[in-house]
Design a protein around this ligand. Sequence first.
Ligand code: ADP
Length: 467
Amino acid sequence: MKHVSLRAMIAVRLALIVLTVIFLISAASNVLINREFEKYIEQRQAREAGEMAVNLAHQYDNAFGQWNLDYVHGMGMYALNEGYVLRLYDADEAVLWDAENHDMTLCAQMMDAISMRMQERRPELQGNFVTHRFDLKHDGRVVGYLDVSYYSPYSLSESDFQFVEALNRILVGVGTVSLLGAIVMGWILASNISRPIQKTVEIAGRISQGNYSARFQESVRTRELFGLARAVNSMAESLERQEGLRRRLASDVAHELRTPLANVSSYLEAIIEGVWEPTAQRLQSCYDELGRLSLLVSDMERLQQVESGNLELHREDLLELAQAAAAQFGKQLEEKRLHCTVEGAHATALVDRGRLRQVLTNLIANAVKYTPEHGYVRIAVEERADTALIRVEDDGIGISPEDQKWIFERFYRADQSRNRKSGGAGIGLAIVKAIVEAHGGGVTVESQLGRGARFTVGLPKNGRKKA
Ligand code: ADP
């Protein structure tokens, strides 16, 4: 299918709309103005004929019973020039003055000229000369009659036609100017709309080719286009982040596997070649390395399960769960001489017991891992209107604001070299986040470097709301 540019489409549509409106307005005004003008002419003709009759009636001299025929003649000739053919009768209907008899040629010329002009320009009227009779009254007595013939329904003089034509030309002129204006305006409007869209398409294209750093920079004033640009930008951001994580995942997995694998294989090689005695200590080293490997694999498996498995929800006492989870760490807490407390309300929520236990275990394990000796680990349960909160707080090494953004991503470790020694694979918090979000809740962190960290898990008390 051939695609039309947005700019051309809007410009053409706008021009079409304006054209239609102009056409309708011109047609309507043309018809109305012409009709009104013609009605006016028609009424004027009737009125003038009536006035002539009144005027002529005054030319009757009552005392002598005579007509002022000079005046009648003058007026008759004037009327003839204006398109009226007069014939005056006395009270006995004897003709006193007749334009046709008086100047037959002029009269015929005039009538032909009017008929021809009107038939040529207004053939649809099918007009004709029609005679109207008026009674001429003097002091209330009929003293004569006047026949006035004029072209009916109406006749327009040459200058009348010029006036109508000038009017039509003005309408056409206004229409043309408006149309051109509409095309230019449409073009500008369409450009304003299509430019950011084009730019967005271009950026989306660059993103689809793998350039995730492409961003929409220009300012856009339209709300919808601004939304579009922002959506594309945030899509690019999240793709960029995902891509970074994916790269890091590959390199981290490789790195995590490489060291223990290399260690184990070098130990075994030395033992096979007889360089080393297979002492219990050396075999234990191999065993420990293999243990780290299976821990990593099981961490990844667990994450995978959390992200795909279904939850088995039951109402559980969160304080009891927290106490049980903390109890697991008795030995480590004692070794590091950490002070651990579990306190708060017996808040209940619909949760998957096993998975929530995992959340608590991971958070407490981190608190223990990242808190130096003699520190504290505080676990608190709080009940709110619709949610239950679990806080796990320590006064350990803390997390920098920059790292706080990423720690919930899998394989992210705040300080790579520092943490590699501590053995974590950077999956613990990713598991926490996945489980909590599967419950319809959320997890946040508050921390300052060197001042400890506080993780808050919020869970809806009545389980996940159906979307
Ligand atoms: P890991 O297995 O490395 O602990 P996690 O996903 O559990 O992985 O944590 C990610 C990173 O977040 C850790 O490497 C660590 O840098 C940081 N972190 C998590 N919990 C804490 C905490 N309580 N105090 C300081 N840093 C923490």
